[in-house]
Ligand binder design. Sequence first.
Ligand SMILES: Nc1ncnc2c1ncn2[C@@H]1O[C@H](COP(=O)(O)OP(=O)(O)OP(=O)(O)O)[C@@H](O)[C@H]1O
Ligand SMILES: [Mg+2]
Length: 239
Amino acid sequence: MSTFPSNPVIHIAGLTKSYSRGGQETPVLQGIDLDVHAGECVFLAGPSGSGKTTLLSILGAILTHDQGDVHVLDHDLARITNRERTLLRRDRIGFVFQKFHLIRGLTALDNVCVPLQLRGQRVRTARERGRELLNAVGLADKMLSLPKNLSTGQCQRVALARALAVNPDLILADEPTASLDSASGHEAMELLRKLTTDAGKTMIVVTHDPRIFSFADRICHMDSGRLTHHETPTANLAG
Ligand SMILES: Nc1ncnc2c1ncn2[C@@H]1O[C@H](COP(=O)(O)OP(=O)(O)OP(=O)(O)O)[C@@H](O)[C@H]1O
Ligand SMILES: [Mg+2]
């Protein structure tokens, strides 16, 4: 990887987050420090309940944090207005949800077009872009299929195409290979890297799955709401 520009895409220092349950505060993130630079592919790994999805959701401007500095794409998430938060999510961040969250009544193509239409693009322009992306993820023959008629791996690819629709600078993917077998998981990661970090975008991937660790530039291990150590995989298979 080349030398990094001075401003990281993500800068986190002393981040904390608690959830309140029945009037009691439960600490979930307990002082996270992390910088991620443009073009990096960083994995967040760690046991169930360690806070990975919570951290990813804060970075995706979906959840708010309690304390600490969190800068994402030059926005200070502690000071951002609701309007700026919405625009950041809509225009600059692609989020791949673990459960895909495809809209059941819409075809693959229309699902991919949703973020473009939310931005006010005309249907014809949005569809052109949608077709281009579905071709790129190998679903040229499934554009008009409803999610219920697609396999899990195909739904995953539609979700990926949708996350990339607006050409976001930052991709956040929560367990993108969790419901895939080993071969499909590898394929999905190859595709993700090709369409994202190989194209200069920055990506954070939450995963439990050591089978895909070799796709990371860096693996950050979490435990009980803390980053415990970082590791650089020895054999990077991507690219
Ligand atoms: N909305 C919520 N309200 C209260 N507690 C929550 C909420 N969401 C998550 N938690 C708790 O916060 C902790 C961290 O959850 P999180 O979903 O971030 O973990 P995770 O590392 O993504 O786990 P997994 O690998 O199982 O997806 C867990 O103990 C969880 O029970
Ligand atoms: Mg999770």
